[in-house]
Structure formats: C-alpha cells, structure tokens
Design a binder for this molecule. Structure first.
Ligand code: BES
Ligand code: MN
Ligand code: ZN
Length: 540
C-alpha cells in the first residue's frame, strides 16, 4: 500500500528553487465582492452602474418597454438615445445612458439580449460578459443588475444567480500579479458590490445561485493564477503547496497524498522520473480526494491534469518562440485543482479524485535522451523518440497510479500537442475517448458551460504510429495526426476496461487574445467542464 508523505525531507528541500532573484509575487486575494439582493422593486444606481437587460422586441415595435426600471428612465429621452445610437436590443449591444433627468442618479447601461422568443441563459452569457467588462472599464465600484426582465421570462433563478455571480467574479479578476506601484500606482481596481434586483419570491434561490457562482469562479481564477505564475515561482513543489492550500480550505472534505523521491521509485513512476531527470526541481505526484459530507459515492470521477511546470523541450530543446509561454504546461493540473476546489465548495454528491504528476522538463547532463528506453509504472517500455513528448509520459504514470487507486472514470486535461491548434484553433479543445458514451458526456458537460470540445475519432490505424523496433512504444507518433497519436499513447495506459477521455487543451489554456469570458493569457479552461461533468454524474 502506498503511504502518504508528511513534510519534505531536508535533502529534498535542496531541490527547491531559490526565488530570491525574482520579483515578489503578488497573487491577488480571492475576491471579496459582496453580493446583495434588492427586492424593493426600485432599482437605484447610487454611485454605481445599473445594467438593464433589454429585449430587441421592445425596440423594434416602439412600444414602451415593460420593464419597471426602464420605465423609470423616462420613455422619451430613452427612446431618443436609443435611436440616436442605433441601439436595438440586439444581443451584446450596449448603450451607456446617463439618466440625469430620470428618477435614477447614476449611470445606466442598457444591455441588448436579443428577442424574447429566442432568449436563454446561454444566449445571455456573451452579452453579460460585455456588460461586466464595461463596468470594470469604467471602474464602477457598485454594479446593479436588474434581473426582473429576464426572470419574467421564467428563467431559473438559481441558474441565473450562478451565471451572474460567476461571471462577475471572472471579469473582476485581475492578472497583473507582478505589477508594482511603479506601473500600477493606484493598485488593481475591483468591483465592491454586485446588487441584483429581483422579486422577493425568487430571492433565496437567486442568493444560492450567486454563492455557487462565486465558488465556481474561484476555481477558475485559482487555475488562472497558477498558470500565470512564472515557472521560476511555480515549481512542482510549489504546485504541491497550492494543492495543500486547497486541502486546507476544504473544511476537511478534501484529503491529499504527496509522493516524491524514493516513494516515486518504489511505486515505479519511471516515466515521470525520466522526464524530471534533467531538472534541479524534484518531481512530485499529487493525489487529492474529495468525499462528500454524506460519505463516499459509488459513482466516482477521476480528474488528471498534465502538470509540467516548465517545458523547455528537454534535450530536444524548443526554439525561443515555442518555449516563451511554456510555464503554461501545468494548465491541466491547475484546471483539475480548481475543479476539485469548486466541487467541494459546491458540496457535490460525488466522490472525486485528482491526480497530478508534477515536474519540469529541462536539458542537462542528467537529462533523459532521445533514443533512451525507459520504463513506466504500468510496465510498458518506451523508446524516447523526442524528449519534448514529455506530457504523455507523465500522464502514463498518472493514469496507472489512478487505476491502481481504483479509478473507473478518468478525464485527463493536458496541454499536450501544438498540433491540436490545427484541429480546434484557440476556440475549443479536442476530446479523445475509449467509450463514446462517456466522451459524449464530457463534450456535453463542456457545451453547457461554453467550453467547446470536438470529439475526434481514434482511428485504429493511427495507433501503429507509436510502434517502434526495440520497445513496446515510442513517445512521438510522427507522420501527422500528432494529437491523435498522442491520445493513442495515453490510451495504451488507460486501456479499454475503464472509461477514459483525454482533453487536449494546448490551444485554449492560454490565448493571445481575450475571448468571451476569458481574458488574454491564462484562461482556466477546463475547470467549468470538469465541475459540470461531476454535476451531471452526481445527479444520476
Ligand atoms: N507542451 C507541449 C505542447 C504545447 C504546444 C502546449 C504549444 C501548448 C502550446 C508538448 O509537451 C510538446 O512539446 N508536444 C510536442 C510533441 C512532439 C514532440 C511529439 C509538439 O506538440 O510538438
Ligand atoms: Mn513538450
Ligand atoms: Zn509539454
């Protein structure tokens, strides 16, 4: 039986990175945005910004909008402003309106949400992101959202609250961790309150939804923060400390086991150890278990995240451009860590295991070499075709470990191949699975939260690309279809007995532009998919 470890032994601490030459990190504190519900029926902006959802129907017909808060603005001046600025309530259209002659004192943002007939919470998402972004840009400390118009359509108040709360926190999150007073003299701006106007009858459901939205968003921002941290700060052991932080904040719902040094040798994590050999940072295998308050469940989910804290390529060194943002190569690990934090905060009734095999991939006299043949925890031998194919090696051992611990349903999130960008660009991820039913569940879970995945068929012919003359497998397929051959490599370790899906997030974990709710840079992609999947498995 594998034993959990206590604190790192002194000799291992020598491997800890020396952070002295780096600027002090300034990880933003978790949001302390206040959520309030106002049932007075009289939206007041105060010093803040009042966001009112507007349906296109109302602006086409010229009929006075039914919304109470719109009526308070004064029909004539409102309709004049709308026509002057060609505001027609189309989804995502914004109209800033200074309501000086109305009953309201502050500024108002009309948010187009399209026609009533086609409205859904899903169609509200992008528009809402735009409105919140505007509030942030205009440094509106207090944001008021009038939820009456959309609630009037019968929208579920819990789900609406969850969306409003989650998006507010996500947009409010800053990623300027390392800016000092020199370039950021006033410090980061944060929204102070989000007040939602709603009828008393739905207030309590709405409130629960807002709280759940905050839990979910905190998982996403944790993932983003970890990915944003430079590799010089976020070493494998620092990632372990982050995991311990999640355990410590889980009110006893999450437990952790951490394996390094001799323990990894004892369990035969030869693939992980091979990748780590060129680095002066010690690798660590992290295992977290969430058990619901009501006890373990028969349905369980295992989330595995690629956790390469820096991928230089190893001796098959990456060119400068390709290496520049390789601190992101632990984004899969960050996502599953954020997910289990959120799952515990949401008290989901399903047991969830997280496994992260954390290491750096560096060139050195001790590095594993092209042509080396290494062992794996499962026992398969692997010829190293390219030291830059390190992710699949770490995942091979993580999956075998999870299986030994009884995992029956595994989803791995990994920044695994550059080639995935030629499949799904920076829009979505590619999913590969061994059982179509489960793969579909994963893809669907993502779709409900706006994380798109394309289900790529795993042609049997491509499996052969991983064959080699002198060992069981080689670690780079070659001959094109690089994302699929990488998936086939991992599948050799998952086998066919258990449900397994691999999600290649190399195109979405980090973007060079902001998109939808995601900022430029680290996105936290995968947290919401993993949480939605856990929810969908839990309700059965
Ligand atoms: N971490 C990279 C994949 C990657 C590329 C992530 C771009 C994010 C953005 C991975 O370890 C890698 O280097 N993959 C190689 C595989 C090849 C050597 C078989 C690749 O994609 O080129
Ligand atoms: Mn690599
Ligand atoms: Zn990598």
């Amino acid at each position: 039986m594998l034993q959990s470890s206590v604190e790192p032994a002194g000799s291992l601490l020598r491997h800890h990175s020396v952070t002295a030459p780096l600027a002090r990190r300034q990880i933003p504190k978790e949001t302390n945005m206040k959520f309030l519900i106002d049932t007075s029926g009289r939206p007041q902006t105060g010093s803040g910004l009042l966001i009112i959802a507007c349906f296109a129907d109302d602006f086409q017909s010229g009929v006075a909008p039914k919304t109470r808060s719109l009526a308070a603005l004064g029909q004539t001046s409102l309709m004049r402003a709308a026509s002057e600025q060609e505001f027609a309530g189309k989804s995502g259209q914004l109209l800033s309106y200074f309501a000086d002659r109305s009953a309201l004192s502050g500024s108002v943002l009309l948010l187009g949400v399209g026609d009533r007939g086609t409205f859904s919470l899903n169609s509200l998402k992008d528009a809402l992101a735009k409105a919140y972004r505007k509030a942030k840009e205009t440094k509106s400390a207090d944001v008021v959202f009038d939820a009456e118009p959309v609630l009037a359509l019968g929208v579920d108040p819990y789900e609406l609250g969850r969306l409003l709360g989650c998006y507010a926190v996500l947009i409010d999150h800053n990623q300027k961790h390392y800016k000092t007073a020199h370039s950021n003299p006033k410090g980061d701006f944060n929204v102070r309150t989000l007040k939602v106007h709603a009828p008393l009858a739905v207030a309590s459901k709405l409130k629960d939804g807002l709280a759940a939205g905050r839990s979910l968003a905190s998982g996403v921002t944790l993932a983003r923060d970890l990915v944003t941290m430079p590799a010089g700060h976020l070493t494998p052991f620092k990632l372990m400390e982050a995991a311990k932080g999640v355990v410590a904040r889980s009110k006893g719902l999450i437990t952790g086991n951490y394996f390094w040094g001799k323990r990894l040798e004892q369990m035969g994590a030869h693939a992980l150890l091979a990748v780590a050999r060129g680095s002066s940072e010690a690798p660590v295998l992290i295992e977290l278990d969430y058990t619901p308050e009501t006890g373990p469940t028969t349905e369980t989910l295992c989330l595995i995240g690629k956790s390469v804290t820096f991928d230089s390529g190893g001796l098959d060194l990456k060119p400068a451009d390709g290496m520049r943002n390789m601190k992101r190569d632990m984004a899969g690990g960050a996502a599953v860590l954020g997910a289990i934090q959120a799952i515990a905060a949401l008290n989901l009734p399903i047991s969830v295991k997280v496994v992260m095999a954390a290491t750096e991939n560096m060139p050195d006299g001790k590095s594993f070499k092209p042509g080396d043949v290494i062992g794996t925890m499962k026992g398969l031998s692997v010829e190293i075709d390219n030291t830059d194919g390190e992710g699949r090696l770490t995942l091979a051992d993580a999956i075998e470990f999870a299986k030994r611990r009884g995992a029956k349903r595994i989803v791995d999130f990994a920044t695994l191949t550059g080639a995935v960008k030629s499949i799904s660009g920076d829009i979505g991820a590619a999913a590969f699975g061994n059982h179509p039913d489960f793969t579909q569940k994963v893809v669907k879970a993502g779709a409900t939260v706006g994380e798109l995945m394309i289900d790529i068929p795993m042609w049997e012919e491509l499996r052969k690309a991983n064959e080699t003359d002198i060992a069981d497998l080689k670690n780079s397929g070659g001959g094109g279809a690089g994302s699929t051959t990488a998936a086939w490599f991992i599948r050799e370790f998952a086998g066919e007995e258990i449900d397994w899906v691999h999600v290649d997030i190399a195109g979405v974990a980090w973007r060079e532009r902001s998109l939808g709710i995601d900022p430029k840079g680290a996105t936290g992609w995968g947290v919401r998919t993993a949480v939605a999947l856990a929810e969908s498995l839990a309700v059965k």
